[in-house]
Design a protein around this ligand. Structure first.
Ligand SMILES: *[C@@H]1O[C@H](CO)[C@@H](O)[C@H](O)[C@H]1NC(C)=O
Ligand SMILES: *[C@@H]1O[C@H](CO)[C@@H](O)[C@H](O)[C@H]1NC(C)=O
Length: 352
C-alpha cells in the first residue's frame, strides 16, 4: 500500500512538472503570447490602455504586404520578450535595475507595463492579419540581450525603436506600392505610437525628446538583420518563412561624436570581398545616402577591421545613422538601393 501511494505521489509530481511553465529562457513571452486566450487579450487591452482595432483586416493584400506583416510580427515578438524581461528585472530589483526613488520606480514600471501590453497588441494584430490571409503566424524565438543594467536597457530600447521608426517608413511605402491602403493607415498610427515611446526613452537618457525634424529611414532587410542580434541562433521555428536578407554583422568600434572623425568598424568578410574596394555608406534622416571610401586596416580570420570618415559637420548627422559596408560606391538614391549592395550592416550610430 505504502509503496503504491508513493508511486502515485511521484507520478502526479511528474505530471505537475510536465505541466509547469517551460524554464526561463525557453518561452520568454508573458500573458499567453503569442496565442493568448480571449480573456488574456482582455487583460492585455486593459494594460495597454486600449484595444486591438475591431474592424476586420482588408479582404486582399499584396505579396510585399505579407512580408511587411511577417517582419512586424518578428520584431514585435522580440520587443515583447525584451520589455517583459526588463519589467521583471526592475520588479525584482535585480542588481543594476534598482531605481533609487520609490516614486520613480513606480512611474517607470507603469510606463513600461503599458509599453509591453501595447507591443503585445502590435504583435497580435500582425499575426492575426497573417492568419486572416491564410499565412503561417510568425513564432517567437529565444532571445538574449547584451545588457545587465537599467541605463543600458533604455539605451538599447532607444536604439531598436529608432530602427523600427525607420523601418515602418519602408513598410508604409511597400503597402502603398501594393495598394494596401487600410494597412498603411494603421501603420501610420503605430509609427506615432512608437515615436511617443521614443520621446520617453530619450528624455530618460537626458536627451531632448524629439530627435530630428525628419526621422532616419531604413529598410526591412536592415531591421531583419538587426533583430537577429538578439536571437539565440537556431531558436526561431519559422524564421525561414520571412523572405528577407540577413547581412554580415557590422560593429562600430569607435562611437562617433558630433564632429568629423574617422571611425573604425569591424565586419565579417568570409568571401574576402575586402580584397577589392568597399565603401561605408551612411543613411541619416531623409537625405541621400552618404558614401565614404573604406580603408582596410587588418584581417583576423574572416573578421576585417577598416576605417572611414564619419562626415558629421557637412551633413548635420544627428540622431540615428545606419551604416552599411557596400560593394558599390553608388550614388544611391534611397535606403533600399543601399541594402541591395550591402555586404555588412546595419551598424547603428546615434549622435545626440
Ligand atoms: C535582466 O537581467 C539579467 C541579469 O542581469 C540580464 O542578463 C538580462 O539581459 C536583463 N534583461 C533586460 C531586458 O534588461
Ligand atoms: C581621416 O583619415 C584620413 C586618412 O588617414 C586623413 O587624411 C584625414 O585627415 C582623417 N580625417 C579626420 C577628420 O581625422
Amino acid at each position: 500500500m505504502r509503496i503504491l501511494d508513493i508511486t502515485v505521489a511521484l507520478s502526479s509530481l511528474a505530471l505537475f512538472a510536465a505541466a509547469a511553465p517551460a524554464p526561463f529562457g525557453k518561452n520568454q513571452l508573458p500573458d499567453g503570447m503569442p496565442s493568448p486566450s480571449p480573456d488574456q487579450v482582455k487583460l492585455i487591452e486593459q494594460a495597454a490602455h486600449g484595444t486591438l482595432p475591431n474592424g476586420p483586416p482588408p479582404p486582399v493584400i499584396s505579396s510585399e504586404g505579407i512580408v511587411n506583416l511577417k517582419l512586424i510580427a518578428f520584431n514585435e515578438l522580440f520587443e515583447v520578450a525584451f520589455f517583459n524581461e526588463l519589467i521583471t528585472n526592475i520588479t525584482n530589483k535585480v542588481e543594476g535595475y534598482d531605481i533609487d526613488e520609490e516614486e520613480d520606480h513606480v512611474k517607470v514600471l507603469d510606463a513600461l507595463k503599458a509599453i509591453l501590453a501595447q507591443e503585445e497588441l502590435h504583435a497580435l494584430r500582425a499575426n492575426d492579419a497573417l492568419e486572416h490571409f491564410k499565412v503561417n503566424k510568425i513564432q517567437p524565438c529565444e532571445y538574449t540581450f547584451p545588457i545587465s543594467d537599467f541605463k543600458s536597457a533604455i539605451a538599447l530600447a532607444a536604439t531598436f525603436t529608432d530602427v523600427v521608426l525607420g523601418t515602418l517608413q519602408d513598410v508604409v511605402e511597400r503597402f502603398a506600392l501594393g495598394r494596401d491602403v487600410d494597412l498603411a493607415r494603421e501603420i501610420a498610427s503605430v509609427i506615432g505610437q512608437e515615436g511617443e515611446q521614443q520621446g520617453w526613452f530619450r528624455a530618460s537618457q537626458g536627451k531632448i525628446p524629439s530627435e530630428l525634424p525628419f526621422l532616419t529611414t531604413s529598410d526591412l532587410n536592415f531591421a531583419f538583420t538587426a533583430i537577429q542580434d538578439f536571437v539565440v541562433p537556431g531558436s526561431c521555428p519559422n524564421i525561414n518563412e520571412i523572405p528577407l536578407r540577413t547581412f554580415e554583422g557590422l560593429k562600430i568600434l569607435s562611437t562617433p561624436g558630433p564632429q568629423d572623425q574617422n571611425i573604425t568598424v569591424q565586419f565579417n568578410d568570409p568571401d574576402h570581398e575586402a580584397d577589392h574596394s568597399l565603401w561605408l555608406t551612411y543613411i541619416n534622416q531623409q537625405n541621400l545616402p552618404i558614401v565614404e571610401p573604406l580603408r582596410f586596416v587588418s584581417r583576423n580570420g574572416k573578421e576585417v577591421q577598416a576605417e572611414a570618415l564619419f562626415p558629421f559637420e557637412e551633413n548635420e548627422m544627428n540622431g540615428l545613422t545606419i551604416a552599411a559596408v557596400t560593394k558599390s560606391s553608388g550614388p544611391f538614391t534611397d535606403a533600399s538601393s543601399v541594402a541591395q549592395w550591402t555586404l555588412a550592416g546595419p551598424g547603428l550610430i546615434i549622435v545626440n
